[in-house]
Design a protein around this ligand. Structure first.
Ligand code: HEM
Ligand code: CU
Length: 861
C-alpha cells in the first residue's frame, strides 16, 4: 500500500519537467493537457502512414490478425485433408497435392500461426502487464512483423502456384534433398521459414530485454506477473531453440544449391544430422508453443477462480525446469532411427520426466480452482476445454515416450491424435480463453450475444470427435501422410467420424469469428477492469492509448490493482513516474534488473518506414536465393546494411544530458548514458543465440566425423600452423583494440578522441586481416563438394569470416558515430556494443579454427 500513499499528492507536473503543463492550473486540466501532449507524441500517422507504425499495441494487433489469417489457411488445408480421408479412395486430391497439403498444414500451423500468435499476444500485452509504454525496440517489432508477413507470403504464394513444399513439416533428408525433391518446393520451405525465423529471433531478443529491463519500478522478479515469467522462459528457449533449425536450413539449402554434401551419406554426410538439428529445435518448439498457452491459463484462471494462484514459486520453478529439460529430449523423435540402446533408455526416461513439472502446474491450477470461488464465465469454459484436452494429450505423450509402444504407433494416426491433443489443448484452447478474457481490453467492449458458448461446444465436441477417434485409427494401423486407403480395412468408419468432427469444429471456429466481429461492431462499452483482475494491463484505458500509461506505476506486490484500486486514476492523472511530455520525446523507464529501481530513461523511436524497407531489402536477399539469381543477394544485403545504418541516425544523443528528472523527486540518466542500456543487453542475447548457432555447427562437424559413413575423407586441409595463427592474431588484435577504444574513450585527457579513433581503426584492420587469411584457408580446403569434411570446414571458416566482416563494419560504425558526435566519455554505448561483437568474434573464431585444425588432424590417415 505504501506506493499509493507516495503516489497521491504528487504534482502531475514537476516544475523541472521541460514542456509539461503549467503549474497552478486545476488538476483535471493538467491531466487533459498531459494526455493530449502524449497522444501527439506517441500517435501513428493515419492513412498510408499506418505502414510506418512501430507501436507495440498496433503491431501486436497486426501480428494477432495475421496469425489468425494463417490459422484460417491452415484450417482450410486441414479440412481438405479430412475431406480427402473421409472415405476410402478419396478423390479430392492426388498424392502429390496431398503431400503439399499436409506439409503446408503442419508448417503453417507451427511457424505461421502458433509462434507468431504467441509473439503477437506478448508484443501487445507485455508492456501493459509490466507497466511500460512500449517494448524495448519498437522498430524491431515492426521489422519482425514484416519479415513474418513476407516469409509467410512466399509459402502461401508457392502453394497457390502449386509448388508448395511437400516433404512434411520436418523436411527430412534425403527426401528433401536435390535427388528426391528436385523442384523449388523444398527451397520455398527452407528460405520462407528462415525468413520467418528472423522475426522469431527479433521478438525473442526484444521480449527478453523488455522483461528484464523495463518492468515497473518495484516489480522485482518475484512480483512479476506469471505471464511474464512464462514469456521470459519461452523467449529464452527461442534464443536457444531456433538457431539449430536456422543452421540446419542454411546447410540444407547450401547442399541443395551448391552441392555441399552435409546430409549425403555417399559423400561423408549424414541425414541423421538433419534430424538432430531439426529436433534440437523441434522438441523445444512444442514447449515454446505450450508455455505461452500455460501462461495464459495461469493469468486467467486465478481471476476466474477469484483466488490468488496457488504455488506461484512452484510454478515459476517448474516453468524454468521445463525450459531446461525440453532441450534434453529431442532424441525421442528419433526412437526408430536405430540409435544405441543406452540412448533410448536415457531419452525415454528423460521424456517421462517432463511430466513432473507439467504436473506441478496442473495441480497448482486445480488447487486454485478448488480453493477459490470459480465463476463459469466464458473464459473459464475454454479453460475447462484446455484441461480435458491437454491432460489427455499429456497421457498419450507418456505412452509414446515408452520406446516399445512408440515403435508400434510411430508414424500412425495415433501420433497425429497425440500431437493435436497437446497442441490444440495446450495452445488453441488457452488462446480462445485469452481472446475472450482480453477482448474487452483490446476493443473496450463487452459482448452482447452469447455466441461464444455455442462456439465452445462446437469446437470442443468437434475436436474430440476428430482426434479421439484418430487414436483408434492409428492403433488399427493407419499410417499418417497417406492420401488414400482401401475399403474393408476397418478404417472407413473412424475416418468418416473424424472428418465429420472436423467440420463441426470448423463451424465452431466460424462462429467464433462471427462472435468476435459482432463484439467489436456492436458490443456494449466495457466497464473498466470487467473481470476484477489485479494486473497492470487493466490500469490502462480500454482500448489503450498508444502510450499505455500517462504516467508510470510503482508496484509493491504481485497484485498492483488489488493493493491500490485508485492506481488507474492516479496514473491517468499523471501522478506516477514520467507524468509529463519532455521535448516531444517518447520516454519510458528502465530499471535495475534485480533491485527494480529506476536506472535510466529509455527514449524510444517514433513511427518510421525504415522497418518496412529493411524487410523489403531482406526479402530481396531471400528471393535472390530462392530463384537462384545470386547477384541479387549481395545487392539486398548491402541495402539491408545501409538501412540499418539509417536506423541509427535517430538513435542516441549528441550531447551529454546528465541525470534527468523522472518525476516523484527522482532522476535518472538517458539510456545512452546508462551502463546497462537495452541495446547492450540486446547484443548480449543476440550473441547467446549466435553462440548456440556456432555450437550447433561445431556439433554438426563432430557428429559427421563420429557417425557419418564414408569417413575419413580422401584429402584434408594442409595449411600449416601459421595461417590459422595469423588469423587468430588478427581477431585477437581486433578484440583488444575494441576494449582499448572503450577504455580510452572513458578517460580524460587531450588525446582521448584521437586515441579512441586509432583503436577503432585498428579493430577494423584486425578483422580485415583475419578475413583475408580466412579466405586463404577456404581456398586451400579440399573440394567441399566432394566430401562433407571439406563442406564442414568451409562452413566453419565461413562462420568466422562472416563475423570478421561484420566486425569490420561495427568498428567503422563506431568510428562514424564518434565522428558525428554520438560518442562521449559518458555516452559509450556504440563502442561497448561493438566491443562485445569483437570479443565474441575472437572467441568463436579461435574455437572454430581450433576445430578446423583438430578435424584435419583427426582424419589424417
Ligand atoms: C483445425 C483443426 C485441425 C485439424 C482438423 C487437423 C488435422 C490434421 C490431420 C488430419 C493431419 C494428418 C495429415 C496426415 O498425416 O496425412 C494433421 C497433421 C498435422 N497438424 Fe493438424 N489439424 C488441425 C489443427 C492443427 C493445429 C492447431 C496445429 C498446430 C498448432 C496442427 C499441427 C499439425 C502438424 C504439425 C501436423 C503434421 C504434418 C506433417 O505430417 O508433416 N494442426 N493435422
Ligand atoms: Cu518432443
Amino acid at each position: 500500500m505504501t506506493d499509493i500513499r507516495e503516489t497521491r499528492g504528487f504534482p502531475a507536473n514537476p516544475d523541472h519537467a521541460p514542456d509539461g503543463p503549467a503549474a497552478g492550473a486545476p488538476s483535471s486540466d493538467l491531466a487533459m493537457r498531459l494526455h493530449r501532449d502524449l497522444d501527439r507524441i506517441w500517435s501513428t500517422p493515419p492513412g498510408i502512414g499506418r505502414l510506418s507504425a512501430v507501436n507495440h499495441t498496433i503491431v501486436g494487433r497486426r501480428f494477432i490478425v495475421a496469425a489468425f489469417v494463417f490459422f484460417t489457411i491452415g484450417g482450410l488445408l486441414a479440412m481438405l485433408i479430412r475431406a480427402q480421408l473421409a472415405t476410402p479412395h478419396g478423390a479430392f486430391v492426388g498424392p502429390e497435392l496431398y503431400n503439399q497439403i499436409f506439409t503446408m498444414h503442419g508448417s503453417v500451423m507451427m511457424f505461421l500461426f502458433a509462434i507468431p500468435m504467441f509473439e503477437g499476444v506478448a508484443i501487445y500485452m507485455l508492456p501493459k502487464l509490466l507497466g511500460a509504454r512500449d517494448l524495448a525496440f519498437p522498430r524491431l517489432t515492426a521489422y519482425g512483423f514484416w519479415c513474418y508477413v513476407f516469409g509467410g507470403s512466399i509459402l502461401v504464394v508457392a502453394m497457390l502456384l502449386g509448388v508448395a513444399p511437400d516433404g512434411g513439416w520436418f523436411m527430412y533428408t534425403p527426401l528433401s534433398s536435390n535427388t528426391y525433391s528436385p523442384g523449388i518446393n523444398a527451397d520455398v520451405w527452407l528460405l520462407g521459414i528462415t525468413f520467418v525465423e528472423i522475426s522469431a529471433i527479433c521478438a525473442a531478443v526484444e521480449i527478453t530485454v523488455t522483461i528484464l529491463k523495463m518492468r515497473a519500478p518495484g516489480m522485482t522478479i518475484d512480483r512479476m506477473p506469471l505471464f511474464a515469467w512464462y514469456i521470459l522462459v519461452t523467449a529464452g528457449m527461442m534464443l536457444a531453440g531456433f538457431p539449430p533449425l536456422i543452421l540446419g536450413s542454411i546447410l540444407l539449402e547450401v547442399e541443395r544449391a551448391f552441392d555441399l554434401p552435409f546430409f549425403d551419406p555417399a559423400r561423408g554426410g549424414d541425414p541423421l544430422l538433419w534430424q538432430h538439428l531439426f529436433w534440437l529445435f523441434g522438441h523445444p518448439e512444442v514447449y515454446i508453443i505450450f508455455l505461452p498457452g500455460a501462461g495464459m491459463v495461469s493469468t486467467i484462471l486465478p481471476v476466474m477462480a477469484r483466488r490468488e494462484i496457488v504455488g506461484y514459486t512452484w510454478i515459476v520453478v517448474s516453468v524454468v525446469a521445463v525450459g531446461f529439460l525440453s532441450f534434453g529430449l529431442w532424441v525421442h523423435h528419433m526412437f526408430t532411427t536405430g540409435i544405441p540402446h543406452l540412448a533410448l533408455g536415457f531419452f525415454s526416461a528423460a521424456s517421462t520426466l517432463v511430466a513432473i513439472p507439467t504436473g506441478v502446474q496442473i495441480f497448482s491450477w486445480l488447487a486454485t480452482l478448488i480453493d477459490g470461488r470459480p465463476q463459469w464465465k466464458l473464459p473459464m469454459l475454454y479453460l475447462f476445454g484446455f484441461f480435458v484436452v491437454f491432460v489427455a494429450g499429456g497421457l498419450t505423450g507418456v505412452m509414446v515416450a515408452v520406446v516399445p509402444f512408440d515403435w508400434q504407433v510411430h508414424d500412425t494416426h495415433f501420433v497425429v491424435a497425440h500431437m493435436h491433443y497437446v497442441l490444440v489443448g495446450g495452445f488453441v484452447f488457452p488462446l480462445l480463453a485469452a481472446a475472450y478474457y482480453w477482448l474487452p481490453h483490446v476493443s473496450g467492449k463487452v459482448a452482447r450475444y452469447p455466441l461464444g458458448h455455442a462456439a465452445f461446444w462446437l469446437i470442443f465436441i468437434g475436436f474430440n470427435l476428430t482426434f479421439f477417434i484418430m487414436h483408434l485409427t492409428g492403433l488399427l494401423g493407419m499410417p499418417r501422410r497417406v492420401f488414400s486407403y482401401e475399403p474393408g480395412w476397418g478404417w472407413d468408419l473412424p475416418n468418416l467420424v473424424s472428418s465429420f468432427g472436423g467440420f463441426l469444429m470448423t463451424i465452431g471456429f466460424a462462429l467464433f469469428v462471427v462472435d468476435v466481429t459482432l463484439h467489436v461492431r456492436f458490443g456494449r462499452t466495457a466497464p473498466r477492469n470487467p473481470w476484477g483482475a489485479s494486473t497492470l494491463e487493466w490500469a490502462t484505458a480500454t482500448p489503450p492509448a498508444p502510450y499505455n500509461f500517462a504516467s508510470l506505476p510503482t508496484v509493491s506486490g504481485r497484485h498492483p490493482l488489488r493493493d491500490a484500486p485508485e492506481l488507474p486514476s492516479d496514473l491517468a492523472g499523471g501522478r506516477g513516474y514520467l507524468g509529463f511530455a519532455r521535448e516531444g520525446r517518447q520516454e519510458t523507464l528502465g530499471i535495475h534488473m534485480t533491485a527494480a529501481t529506476p536506472d535510466q530513461v529509455i527514449v524510444l523511436p517514433g513511427p518510421t518506414y525504415l522497418p518496412l524497407f529493411t524487410a523489403l531489402a531482406t526479402g530481396i536477399v531471400f528471393l535472390g536465393l530462392l530463384f537462384k539469381v545470386y547477384w541479387l543477394v549481395p545487392v539486398g544485403a548491402v541495402l539491408m546494411l545501409a538501412m540499418f545504418m539509417l536506423w541509427t541516425r535517430s538513435t542516441g544523443q549528441r550531447r551529454d544530458g546528465g541525470p534527468l528528472p523522472i518525476g516523484r523527486g527522482a532522476s535518472a540518466p538517458v539510456h545512452s548514458e546508462a551502463a546497462g542500456a537495452p541495446s547492450w543487453w540486446a547484443m548480449v542475447f543476440t550473441l547467446v543465440a549466435d553462440g548456440v548457432l556456432f555450437s550447433s555447427l561445431a556439433f554438426g562437424a563432430l557428429f559427421l566425423w563420429v557417425s557419418a559413413p564414408a569417413w575419413p575423407p580422401p584429402q584434408v586441409l594442409d595449411s600449416g600452423w601459421w595461417v590459422p595463427a595469423l588469423t587468430v592474431a588478427g581477431l585477437a588484435v581486433a578484440a583488444v583494440a575494441g576494449l582499448r577504444a572503450v577504455a580510452v574513450n572513458g578517460s580524460s585527457g587531450a588525446s582521448r578522441s584521437a586515441g579512441r579513433d586509432f583503436w577503432l581503426l585498428l579493430a577494423a584492420a584486425g578483422h580485415a586481416f583475419a578475413l583475408a587469411w580466412l579466405v586463404v584457408l577456404a581456398l586451400g580446403t579440399p573440394d567441399p563438394t566432394r566430401h562433407a569434411y571439406g563442406a564442414a570446414t568451409v562452413a566453419l571458416l565461413a562462420y568466422a569470416g562472416f563475423h570478421a566482416a561484420l566486425g569490420c563494419v561495427f568498428a567503422l560504425f563506431g568510428l562514424w558515430r564518434s565522428r558525428t558526435g554520438h560518442v562521449s566519455a559518458a555516452r559509450s554505448l556504440d563502442l561497448r556494443i561493438g566491443s562485445l561483437w569483437h570479443g565474441y568474434t575472437a572467441v568463436t573464431g579461435a574455437a572454430g579454427l581450433l576445430l578446423v585444425a583438430v578435424l584435419a588432424w583427426l582424419v589424417t590417415p
